[in-house]
Structure formats: C-alpha cells, structure tokens
Design a protein around this ligand. Structure first.
Ligand SMILES: NC(=O)c1ccc[n+]([C@@H]2O[C@H](COP(=O)([O-])OP(=O)(O)OC[C@H]3O[C@@H](n4cnc5c(N)ncnc54)[C@H](OP(=O)(O)O)[C@@H]3O)[C@@H](O)[C@H]2O)c1
Length: 259
C-alpha cells in the first residue's frame, strides 16, 4: 500500500460518524488528505478535522452537505477546489435516517413513494452527481478510484429494509455502468457492501437488540460488524493492489449472508 496515498486527496460524504468516520481515519493514517462532509454534526466534524491534522500531519477540511439535494455536490466540489489542489478518490458513504426515511424504512405494506424516493435520491442520485463531479477532478490527475458503500440488505432479508435494500441494489448496478464508462479515464469504480455494522444507522432500527442477537448468531465470527471492518476494503480499492479491479462489489459481512 505504501506510496499510494501520500499527498493524495479523498473526498468522502458522511465523515462525521459511523463507517465514514472510520474510513477517513484509515486514509489519513496512510498520509491521505481528507475532504469530508457532515449534515448536522458540525461540532463533531470540526473536532475530527482537527484531530486528523494533529495526529497524522495531513490536511483535513469539512463541509456541509444534504444528499437529499444531489446537485449540492456541484457547489461542494467547487469549495473543495479552493482548499485542495487535487482529488484522487471519492467515497459515497452518507445515508439518511429519521424523518426523511418515513415510508421508506418500513414493512412492505407500509411503504410510501415519498420515503422510498428519498432513499433512492440519497443513495443513487447522490452517488451519480458526486461521482460525476469527482470524475472531472480525478481524470485531471491521471486516474483514481470511486467507491459507493452498499449493504447486504439487498441479498439477505432484513425487516423494514426494503427501501434501503432496493436502492443499494440499484447503486451497485450504477457502479457497474460508471465503471464501464470511466475506465478509459483511469478511474475504477466499485462498491463495498457491509453486513450489519454497529453504528447509529443500525441503532435506529426499532428491533436493534433483536437484529444484534441474530447477527451474532449468524456470523461465523460470532459478532456484529464494527465500522473499522470496512476500512481495509476501501484502502484496497483505492490502492495500487486493486489496479485491475472495477465494476465489482466486495462483500464484508462476517459470514452472515451464507448462514
Ligand atoms: N450500519 C450498517 O449496518 C451498515 C451496513 C452496511 C452498509 N452501511 C452503509 O454505510 C454507509 C454509512 O452508514 P453508517 O451506518 O455509518 O451511517 P450513520 O452512522 O447513520 O452516519 C451517517 C452519516 O451520513 C450523514 N448524513 C445524514 N443525513 C445526511 C444528509 N441528509 N445529507 C448528507 N449527509 C447526511 C451523517 O452526518 P451527521 O453526523 O452530520 O448527521 C453521518 O456522517 C451508508 O451508506 C450505509 O448504508 C451501513
């Protein structure tokens, strides 16, 4: 991995907690500069940026973003251009929860178009606009890597997860199309799909304790996933070792999808 990240820049959505936070720490540790977004937790984003700069001697900046308005990515990247002289990697990680997923995070008979549309917008349309803006920068430095987070809720039944599972399936297909067309620019596009990971997003499940018990039982490793468990795949996909890897989904699920 050495040499792959020094002085390069990762742009990641949703770095203020959970999996996104773990990923930016993983990249900063390798010498990568970090531009990350938050939605509500500005104070936490500020703390994280300061800690990253102090601990790893890299440049870290944070920006507000609402993935329910995918076109906001255009303004975001203009601001990033003012702070960073290059973009090498883009990871679409942020996800919505709370009021905006009402009617999307529900049993099938209670699904509503508005909630489902919100999840689709936040997952797929945001990935598209973010990846387009990233591509314009990444091609200027001769290539790089784009990743969308995904989840095994599109291959394993997960209660209330129809909206998310369906949009994650869609984003994995979008990743393949992007990969097919961006390869000529030296850009590889992949997805990292996680089994249930112990973050705020999962704690928002009404049956969190039940899901946790079930995951621990199903996992051949007898535990829930932690945010840090997805970092290695992201580093791999952005590193030189993945030079011929594109259009794929790497599944990291502690063995849960097979049991
Ligand atoms: N947790 C799991 O079990 C699991 C499993 C597999 C894959 N994943 C995927 O991994 C990714 C990260 O999930 P997570 O569990 O780390 O989520 P999380 O803990 O809920 O964190 C969500 C992140 O997205 C940001 N965010 C929330 N609403 C937003 C909005 N409207 N616009 C822009 N940003 C917004 C949050 O910012 P603030 O902190 O400022 O609110 C936060 O940084 C998601 O794509 C998720 O689907 C999760």
């Amino acid at each position: 991995m050495s040499g792959s990240f020094d002085g390069k820049t990762l742009v990641l959505s949703g770095g203020s907690r959970g999996i996104g936070k773990a990923i930016i720490y993983g990249f900063a540790k390798e010498g990568c500069n970090i531009a990350f977004t938050y939605n509500k937790n500005e104070e936490e984003a500020d703390k994280i940026a300061k800690d990253l700069e102090q601990s790893f001697k890299i440049k870290a900046r944070y920006y507000p973003l609402d993935i329910l308005e995918p076109d906001n990515y255009k303004e975001l990247f203009k601001r990033i251009d003012e702070d960073f002289d290059r973009v090498d990697f883009f990871i679409s990680n942020a996800i919505i929860s709370g009021r905006s997923v009402v009617g999307g995070f529900a049993p099938f008979m209670r699904l509503k178009p508005k909630g489902l549309n919100n999840i689709y917008t936040a997952t797929v349309l945001s990935f598209v606009v973010g990846a387009q803006e990233a591509t314009k920068r990444i091609e200027k430095v001769g290539g790089g890597s784009i990743i969308s987070l995904s989840s095994t809720g599109n291959i394993v039944y997960t209660p209330n997860y129809a909206g998310h599972g369906n949009s994650k399936a869609a984003v994995e297909v979008m990743v393949k199309y992007a990969a097919a067309e961006l390869g000529e620019k030296g850009i590889r596009v992949n997805a990292v799909s996680g089994g249930p990971i112990d973050t705020d997003a999962l704690k928002a499940f009404p049956n969190y304790e039940e899901v946790k018990r079930e995951v621990e039982k199903r996992s051949s490793l007898n535990r829930m996933g932690e945010a840090e468990d997805l970092v290695g795949a992201c580093l791999y996909l952005c590193g030189d070792g993945a030079s011929w890897m594109s259009g794929q989904t790497i599944i990291i699920d502690g063995g849960t999808s097979f049991k």
